[in-house]
Design a protein around this ligand. Structure first.
Ligand SMILES: [Fe+2]
Length: 180
């Protein structure tokens, strides 16, 4: 502890630290790295959580389709939960289960949505179906070696893909068939 010195009305402790310039630079660098790490993790955490949340702006006003879209976000949430689970180290089997669930559910949902579009004689059904088919093709062509190589990286990639795709697809492509 240094000696107590009085400056005006404030009593402060004067501490003398003997450090080499290199140590000081290393400490400064470390401090910046820690701050950067905190900012990145905080940002990443917020970004991940906010991106998988269902929001009312996704509502189309067609109850059956809205419920199916919510289920897609639930599957994304399950992918997120697996990614965040630190207790499971080998996630390969669970990833395959989630991919299979995602594929089965999207096939079911897209069929249901396409039937609805047919029923209202939606004129852009074909181009809409192309987007659906592209999604299914992507899920059908998952590179299992890549999954096995880095479970966490793959989970992050599939999460980003699924959430970005369903968000943009619902807000732009799906909303278009609700416009009278
Ligand atoms: Fe759609």
């Amino acid at each position: 502890m240094g000696k107590k010195v009085k400056r005006g009305a404030l009593k402060v402790y004067e501490v003398k630290i003997h450090m080499s310039l290199e140590s000081l630079e290393a400490l400064f660098l470390l401090k910046n790295q820690v701050i950067e790490c905190i900012i990145q993790n905080k940002y990443k955490e917020q970004w991940e959580v906010s991106m998988i949340e269902w929001r009312n702006e996704f509502l189309l006003g067609i109850e059956k389709i809205d419920e199916q879209h919510k289920k897609l976000f639930q599957i994304a949430s399950d992918i997120h939960a697996l990614m965040k689970n630190k207790l499971v180290t080998d996630k390969y089997d669970q990833i395959l289960i989630l991919i299979s669930e995602l594929k089965d559910y999207t096939v079911f949902h897209f069929t249901s949505e396409e039937e609805y579009m047919k029923s209202i004689e939606y004129r852009k059904l074909f181009s809409h179906k192309v987007e659906h088919d592209d999604f299914i093709e992507k899920i059908n062509n998952v590179d299992l070696d890549k999954v096995d190589l880095d479970h966490q990286q793959y989970l992050l990639e599939i999460l980003e893909f699924v959430v970005n795709w369903i968000s943009v697809h619902i807000l732009e492509t799906d909303k278009a068939y609700t416009v009278k």
